[in-house]
Ligand binder design. Structure first.
Ligand code: ADP
Ligand code: MG
Length: 571
C-alpha cells in the first residue's frame, strides 16, 4: 500500500525533490547554528577582532535569510505538492465513480462517496505533504543533534537523554487521549449536523405541529454535548502543551546547572555550554513533529485505504475486447430465454422470450414489482443478463460498445433528473453542443415554447436547488425535449406520465406520441388509458410474461389484462 501511495508522487517528482531538498537544507542549517554560536563565543569573542565579528555576522545573516527563503519554499511548494496529489486522486476517484455500473450505486451510499471525495482526500493530501518530509527531517535532526551533543560532552548528553522517555511517554499518552477526544467530538458534531439537516428540511412539519420548542430543546442538548466533547479535547491539549513546556524547561535548567558545574571543573567551555543549551531545543523539537505524524499517518492511511477500495472496484459492465461501434440501429429487439437477478437470493426474471419489431410500440403492464423496469434496464446494459441473450438487429448487445449501444436508446422516466444550471443546458443534455436552433426546435416539439416564452430569462432561466422550481409536467417536457435532441431509434417510457394529473397528462401524452413516431417504443404504463395506441401489450407478472397480444385480443381473452382493465374502467 505504501508503494502505491508513493506512485502518486511520480507526476510531481520535481516538486517533491525541490521540497524535500529544501527541507533537508533547512534542517542542516538548523543543526549548524548552535555550533556557529559556540565557535563565536569561544574563538571569535576572545580574539577581539571586531571586523571579523562583523563579517561573520554578515555571513550568518545570509544563512538566516537563505533558511527563511527555503522555509517558504517548504511551506508553499510542499503544500502545493500535497494539494496536487490530492487533486489528482479526487479527479481519479470521480472518473472511476462515473464509470461504475448501476449495481455499484445500488450498493453504495452517496454520502460515503461524498465523504471520500472531501474529508478522506484532505487527510491524504496533508499526509502526502508532511509524511515523508517531516519523518525524514525529524529523524535527521534528532540523530544529528544528539550526535553533536555527544561530541561536545558525553556526560551532559547522557543527562539530557535521560528525560526523553518521560517526554515521549507524556506526548504518546496525551495523543491517545486526544484521538479519543477528537473522535467523540466528531461523533457529537455529526449529531448536531444531522439534527440541523432534519429540522431544516422538515421545518414545515415542525411548524405545522408547532413543535419548535421541542426541536430547540433537543438541539440545546446536542449542542451542549458537543461543547463538552470539544472542551475535553482542549483540556488534554492544554495539559499536553504545558507538560511539554515544563519538561523542556526542566531539561534546559538541568543542563544549565550540570553544565555550569562541569564548566567550573574545566570540562566545558562557555561557548560549549551555550551551544549545548541551544541543542536541547533542536533535539526536542522533532519529538513534537513525530507525535503529530503519529496522528496524521493512521488518519491519512485509513483514508487512502477507503480511496483504494473504490479505485480497485472494476466496473461490472465493460466493453468486450472486439466490441463493435453501432450506428443507427433499426431497433429490432429480441430477448431469448433471459434470466436475471439483482442478487443471488432472488431471481427477478426467468425464461423471458420476447420479440419487438423495429418501429413497433409495445406496452408493458402488470403489478408493481413484477420486473417491467428491470426488463427495460437490460436493453441499455445497465445490468447484464445472468443467462440467455438480448439481441438488437440480430446482434448480441454484449458485442456492441456500451457507448454506441446507449446512444441508440432514450429513456424517459417518472422522475426527471435536472442538473443545476439553465433551462437551456438541461435540454441540451440530450445532445451536448446542440445549437440554439436545435434546442429551440426540440423545445417546440416538446410543447415547451409557451412556457419558456413566459419566463423573464427564457432559456437562460436557472433551475434546480437555487433556481426555478418546475412542476412534474414541465420536468417531463424537458426530458422529452432532451429525447428529441438525442433522437434515438429505441425509446423506453417508464411510467413517464404516472405522476401527472390528467390534464397535464394529455399534453405530455401528445408530445410522447409525437416522439414515438418512427421509433421502437417500449411503454411501461400504470394507467391503462395511456396504452390505447400500443401495437401490442405484454403482461408481466412475477412469474414472467403471462399474456401477449393486441389490446382488443387481450380483452377478448378475459385473462389478467381484462381483469385489470375492468378494475380501472368500471362504472
Ligand atoms: P416493476 O417495474 O415491474 O414495478 P421492477 O423491475 O422495478 O418492477 O422490480 C422487480 C423486482 O426487482 C422487485 O422485486 C424489486 O424489489 C427488485 N429490484 C428492482 N430494482 C432493484 C435493485 N436496484 N436492486 C435490487 N432489487 C431490485
Ligand atoms: Mg417500474
Amino acid at each position: 500500500m505504501i508503494r502505491r501511495f508513493f506512485s502518486y508522487y511520480k507526476p510531481h517528482k520535481r516538486l517533491f525533490i525541490l521540497d524535500f531538498s529544501s527541507a533537508v537544507f533547512v534542517a542542516i542549517l538548523e543543526l549548524g547554528f548552535p555550533l556557529a554560536v559556540q565557535w563565536f563565543i569561544d574563538s571569535l569573542l576572545p580574539s577581539g577582532n571586531w571586523s571579523m565579528i562583523v563579517s561573520v555576522s554578515a555571513g550568518l545573516l545570509a544563512l538566516y535569510l537563505t533558511s527563511t527563503l527555503l522555509q517558504f519554499v517548504v511551506n508553499y511548494w510542499g503544500h502545493k505538492l500535497g494539494i496536487n496529489i490530492e487533486t489528482d486522486m479526487r479527479q481519479q476517484l470521480f472518473q472511476h465513480v462515473q464509470r461504475q455500473s448501476f449495481r455499484f450505486f445500488d450498493n453504495t451510499k452517496t454520502g460515503h462517496i461524498m465523504s471520500r471525495v472531501t474529508n478522506d482526500l484532505m487527510d491524504i493530501g496533508e499526509l502526502a505533504h508532511h509524511g515523508p518530509e517531516d519523518l525524514f527531517i525529524a529523524v535527521m535532526t534528532f540523530v544529528g543533534a544528539f550526535w553533536i551533543m555527544l561530541t561536545i560532552n558525553v556526560k551532559l548528553a547522557l543527562v539530557t537523554i535521560f528525560v526523553l522517555p518521560f517526554l515521549v511517554w507524556l506526548i504518546t499518552f496525551c495523543n491517545i487521549k486526544m484521538n479519543k477526544a477528537w473522535k467523540r467530538m466528531y461523533g457529537e458534531i455529526a449529531d448536531v449536523n444531522a439534527q440541523v439537516e432534519d429540522s431544516v428540511s422538515g421545518v414545515r412539519v415542525v411548524q405545522s405541529f408547532t413543535n419548535e420548542s421541542y426541536e430547540i430543546k433537543r438541539f440545546r442538548e446536542n449542542n451542549g454535548r458537543f461543547r463538552l466533547a470539544k472542551l475535553a479535547a482542549y483540556k488534554i491539549m492544554s495539559f499536553s502543551a504545558s507538560g511539554v513546556y515544563m519538561l523542556t524547561r526542566l531539561v534546559t535548567l538541568i543542563v544549565l546547572v550540570y553544565g555550569s558545574w562541569l564548566s567550573f571543573n574545566g570540562q566545558l567551555s562557555y561557548g560549549e555550554l551555550v551551544g549545548f543549551v541551544l541543542y536541547v531545543n533542536v533535539l526536542l523539537k522533532p519529538i513534537d513533529k513525530i507525535s503529530a505524524l503519529m496522528e496524521l499517518y493512521p488518519k491519512g492511511m485509513a483514508g487512502f485505504k477507503r480511496f483504494l477500495e473504490i479505485i480497485d472496484t472494476e466496473p461490472e459492465i465493460e466493453d468486450a475486447k472486439d466490441a463493435i461501434e453501432v450506428v443507427s440501429l433499426r431497433g429490432d429487439i429480441r430477448f431469448q430465454d433471459v434470466a436475471f437477478s439483482y442478487d443471488k437470493h432472488k431471481a427477478v426474471l426467468q425464461g423471458i422470450d420476447l420479440q419487438i419489431k423495429a418501429g413497433e410500440t409495445v406496452a408493458f403492464v402488470g403489478p408493481s414489482g413484477a420486473g417491467k423496469t428491470t426488463i427495460c434496464s437490460l436493453i441499455p446494459r445497465f445490468y447484464d443478463v445472468n443467462s440467455g441473450s438480448i439481441k438488437i438487429d440480430g446482434m448480441d448487445i454484449r458485442d456492441m460498445t456500451k457507448k454506441s449501444l446507449r446512444s441508440q436508446i432514450g429513456i424517459v422516466q417518472q422522475d426527471v433528473f435536472l442538473f443545476t444550471g439553465t433551462l437551456k443546458e438541461n435540454i441540451a443534455y440530450g445532445m451536448l453542443g446542440a445549437t440554439d436552433e436545435q434546442i429551440a426546435d426540440a423545445a417546440k416539439k416538446a410543447h415547451l415554447q409557451d412556457f419558456i416564452a413566459s419566463l423573464p430569462d427564457g432559456y437562460e432561466t436557472q433551475i434546480g436547488e437555487r433556481g426555478l422550481k418546475l412542476s412534474g409536467g414541465q420536468k417531463q417536457r424537458i426530458a422529452i425535449g432532451r429525447m428529441f435532441l438525442k433522437n434515438p431509434p429505441i425509446l423506453i417510457l417508464d411510467e413517464a406520465t404516472s405522476a401527472l394529473d390528467t390534464e397535464t397528462e394529455q399534453i405530455i401524452q401528445t408530445a410522447l406520441n409525437e416522439l414515438a413516431v418512427n421509433r421502437t417504443t417500449l411503454v411501461i404504463a400504470h394507467r391503462l388509458a395511456t396504452i390505447r395506441n400500443a401495437d401490442r401489450v405484454v403482461v408481466v407478472t412475477e412469474d414472467g410474461i403471462a399474456e401477449e397480444g393486441t389490446h382488443d385480443e387481450l380483452i377478448e381473452q378475459g385473462g389478467i389484462f381484462a381483469g385489470l382493465h375492468n378494475v380501472q374502467f368500471q362504472r
